[in-house]
Design a protein around this ligand. Structure first.
Ligand code: GSH
Length: 265
């Protein structure tokens, strides 16, 4: 079977930041196990309007259930949200992580997404990619002030610990609740978004993680954010209803399938 990358095309221009880390930059451990299914990648082309001529090339996870659809990687969605909010066009290559094509492993031997081509260099890690995009395309500004950039940053790790916990009295649920409570209080005082009235980079990082939290804990633990945390609930609703989020979010069934190996593994 022939193996061609699935591609969604938009148009864009791109500049290289001197501060870009390249492919050899540090990568955090993968959060998702690779499924065993094998199949052929499909190619899809979507063209969006833009005045800039050169699209940014970006590899993201493909849906494991619907060929040609965007998959369930919160880091890939973070980069896509950044590009969408900045109205930057891009060429999106959907990568089947269960059967990584040779061209992909050639550009990134670690085999992780997202990875973006910035001025002829493939750059990995959503932190590095989004910072570089901010530097090169400052308008509209999305940078979160440093003192606010880590707000909510422990929610994802505490969510994972609770999700994979097999012991209901090990304190992982409480740890997550504490993080959510602190976030609730912060948003109550400073919201509706982390940097106030306007969405910023920290929201684009946290939003996809909260999306996974809601779906995975609902499915595997029959758990949802308690009513006693209305500002977290409102925040999730606001972020999830943004046009850019609706356009780039993963299928619910893919999020559930993506976490299954972690829950039962
Ligand atoms: N810290 C990285 C994490 C990237 C990551 O873990 N990506 C996962 C998919 S969400 C991956 O590519 N895993 C490799 C695999 O499943 O084989 C980032 O922020 O970009």
């Amino acid at each position: 079977m022939s193996m061609a990358p699935a591609i969604v095309t938009r148009s864009s221009s791109f500049l290289l930041s001197s501060r870009l880390k390249t492919l050899s930059s540090t990568l955090s451990p993968s959060l998702f196990c690779r499924p065993t299914r094998r199949r052929t990648l499909l190619t899809t082309t979507i063209r969006a309007t833009s005045s800039s001529p050169q699209p940014l090339e970006l590899c993201v996870k493909e849906s494991p259930t619907v060929p040609g659809k965007l998959g369930d990687c919160p880091f890939s969605q973070r980069v896509l949200l950044t590009l969408e909010e900045k109205h930057l066009p891009y060429d999106m290559k959907l990568v089947d992580l269960s059967n990584k094509p040779e061209w992909f492993l050639k550009i990134t031997p670690e085999g992780k997404v997202p990875i973006a081509k910035l001025d002829d260099k493939w750059v990995s890690d959503s932190d590095v990619i989004t910072q570089s995009v901010e530097e090169k395309f400052p308008d509209p500004p999305l940078a979160t002030p440093p003192e606010k950039a880590t707000i909510g940053s422990k929610i994802f790790s505490t969510f994972i610990a609770f999700l994979i916990s097999k012991d209901s009295s090990d304190g992982t649920e409480l740890a997550l609740l504490n993080e959510l409570k602190s976030f609730d209080g912060y948003i109550k005082e400073n919201g509706p978004f982390i940097n106030g009235e306007r969405v910023s980079a920290a929201d684009l990082s946290l939003g996809p993680k909260l999306y996974h939290l809601g779906i995975a804990l609902g499915h595997y633990k029959n758990w949802s954010v308690p009513e006693s945390l209305p500002y977290v609930k409102r925040y999730m609703k606001s972020v999830f209803s943004m046009d850019s989020f609706v356009k780039t979010k993963a299928l619910q069934e893919d999020v559930i399938a993506g976490w299954r190996p972690k829950v039962f593994g």
